[in-house]
Design a protein around this ligand. Structure first.
Ligand SMILES: [Zn+2]
Length: 613
């Protein structure tokens, strides 16, 4: 989630998190979870969707959508639009972007109206085949939504494909995409018998395979038994040596992932990336056999690219298949809160780091830096229990805890890994737990319960109880016990004092850029006259949108205490230059390092984590 939405931290001088574009769209939280009964549509069959995106619809930045199906009686057909997309844990109400609804029939003239805010009621009135058609506004650069320009669109099935309310999701369907002959269409869906047509066996698969349409850069390569495709727009951003490096990283992270679960669950996998220079960070959303990322071009040669890629692909197992029972099956008309996003997202993020070090994309020092960074992120956010943060995802808290279950859940996974390895003398690990639950729950066609999760952890640790761990660190808010955990894995925490320039703002990234949310009292930014709501553009000659802004700023001005530097901001649409005093402060920096006095057992555990043994 959205969105899986990964915060891209720009550096310690700014506390930056990526804000969901949904927050800007002002989507309302729905209370439909409380609705007692679901109404039931009359049955429909032979369901076909047609989506048109060509030069003329592109000018409207819209998709033309038609849904055709057969009916056998005259009972009302109830067709609903999803309220959210699995993985993006927030209500988006895609029906808001539907316009120009029309209904036609063969053999009769259907009557229609709305049944509830996101459901249409169609009375066949003798018709045996009915077509529902509408326009869908593709104006949301959000990976759970749809976005078009004059030659390109990405769209999610949840946005444009209504479903019969209350009838289950086990209906097959086809999708036809009509477009210009020289534009490409890429999706993870299974190709059908006719050109530009795809098929799905059920609604879950149908809406879990987004489309890219336009002039795309596409290439593919086999990794193990799986055919991987990399699909990017626009052409030329991830190209040449950059693209070759991307493929090399992919080939390195895949074997360690497959090793955790013992199998690759799909025959093909597609990475879909939209590069956009107005995007300040990076956000991606996982799907059944693909993921869709929207990235700043800055990411092309940034270490975050292989990290977010590994994160999204690990979801192929963890959450797309191995999933908390609270979210099985997905329900598209309401919130599906769970206390387990710390496993679905946090532990996925732990494995994103692990598979990079195990595959050789990063070295062990870099891996330890990532762990340390997560400890810092958690320390910088208000203290919140993992279970509570997971539940709160749906209400998008504004106190800085919205995405804290990513780093904090990752750290909880790291602690569990160390404790299981310690209890089993490195014979078993968190890998054992993941593989065990994948086999015993996903393969049995269901989600895992809390009881099953902790039973699997306990089994891997030779029967050790984790009740106390859960009470303190998952359901509770106690600080994580690094001084006792790290030595078990041959590691220790090092604390340094560092003197460095400090701007004194907290910011959020939205579609307008890096916006000031808060000013530190008596900080440099406040002294310069920066105001909440200003967009920070440039400090000296360093663009604030640079992912390495913090590090570059600190390096450039480390010895300039007392000097001033030009700060370019945008306030109410107008650019202005302020004079920013360079002010140093002393901060303690923690780092995790190899412990020279580690026992042979601790060294085995450390190697086990880093090498996946
Ligand atoms: Zn994720």
């Amino acid at each position: 989630m959205n969105r899986p939405f990964l915060p891209l931290v720009l550096g310690a001088a700014f506390a930056v998190s990526t804000m969901s574009p949904h927050a800007l769209a002002g989507a309302q939280r729905s209370d439909r979870a409380a609705t007692a009964t679901t109404p039931v549509s009359a049955p429909i069959s032979n369901v076909r969707y047609a989506v048109t995106f060509d030069q003329s619809t592109a000018r409207r930045r819209s998709l033309r959508v038609a849904m055709t199906f057969n009916v056998s009686g005259n009972d009302p057909v109830l067709l609903s639009m999803p309220a959210w997309t699995p993985g993006a844990y927030e209500i988006s109400d895609y029906v808001r972007r539907v316009t120009d609804m029309a209904v036609t029939g063969e053999g009769g003239t259907p009557r229609w109206d709305k049944f509830d805010p996101d459901t249409w009621r169609l009375v066949p009135n003798g018709a045996r085949a009915i077509t529902l058609s509408f326009w869908y506004t593709a104006d949301s650069m959000d990976n759970a939504m749809s976005w078009a320009n004059r030659e390109f669109v990405f769209f999610n099935g949840t946005n444009v494909m209504p479903y019969p309310e209350g009838r289950g999701t086990d209906f097959a369907a086809t999708v036809t995409v009509n477009t210009e002959s020289n534009w490409q269409i890429v999706t993870g869906m299974t190709p059908g018998a006719t050109p530009r047509t795809w098929t799905a066996r059920n609604y879950h698969d149908l809406v879990d395979m987004p489309f890219f349409v336009g002039p795309l850069e596409v290439d593919s390569s086999r990794i193990g038994d799986t055919m991987f495709r990399t699909v990017t727009y626009p052409r030329g951003v991830l190209s040449g040596a950059d693209r070759a490096r991307f493929w090399d990283q992919l080939k390195k992270v895949m074997p360690p992932m497959v090793n955790v679960f013992g199998e690759m669950p799909v025959p093909t996998y597609t990475t879909l990336i939209l590069f956009d220079s107005t995007t300040a960070g990076a956000a991606a959303l996982e799907h059944s056999n693909s993921h869709l990322g929207i990235y700043s071009p800055f990411i092309v040669d940034h270490e975050f690219l292989p990290s977010i890629t590994a994160h999204e692909i690990f979801h192929l197992w963890n959450v797309k298949r191995l999933r908390p029972a609270d979210m099985v099956p997905y329900k598209y008309d309401r919130e599906q809160p769970t206390t387990w996003l710390w496993v679905s997202e946090g532990i996925t993020d732990y494995y994103a780091d692990l598979v990079q070090v195990r595959g050789g994309v990063i070295d062990s020092a870099h891996f330890l830096r990532l762990v340390t960074g997560k400890i810092g992120e958690v320390a910088a956010a208000p203290n919140v229990a993992l279970e509570d943060a997971s539940l709160s995802s749906w209400v998008r808290p504004v106190d800085g805890t919205q995405y804290v279950y990513y780093p904090k859940g990752s750290l909880a996974g790291f602690m569990l890994d160390v404790m299981i390895r310690d209890a089993s003398d490195n014979a078993r690990s968190l890998d054992t737990v993941m593989r065990d639950l994948y086999q015993t729950t996903f393969k049995a066609g269901r989600g895992f319960t809390g009881q099953e999760w902790w039973a699997a952890v306990s089994r891997a640790a030779g029967g050790k109880s984790f009740t106390d761990f859960n009470d303190r660190y998952v359901d509770g808010r106690e600080p994580y016990p690094w001084p006792t955990i790290l030595p078990l894995a041959g590691l220790r925490l090092n604390v340094d004092s560092i003197r460095e320039p400090w701007i004194g703002v907290s910011t959020n990234v939205d579609s307008g850029g890096v916006m000031v949310m808060e000013l530190e009292p008596n900080g440099a930014a406040q002294a310069a006259g920066v105001m909440v709501g200003d967009y920070l553009l440039r400090v000296g000659d360093i663009p604030v949108s640079d992912p390495d802004f913090g590090a570059r700023y600190r390096a450039r001005y480390a010895r300039s205490d007392g000097d001033t530097v030009a700060l370019l901001v945008r306030r109410e649409g107008k650019e202005r230059t302020l004079s920013l005093p360079v002010r140093n402060r002393v901060r303690t920096e923690e780092s995790i390092v190899f412990d020279r006095n580690a026992s042979p057992k601790a060294i085995r555990i450390r190697a086990g984590i880093l090498k996946g043994s």
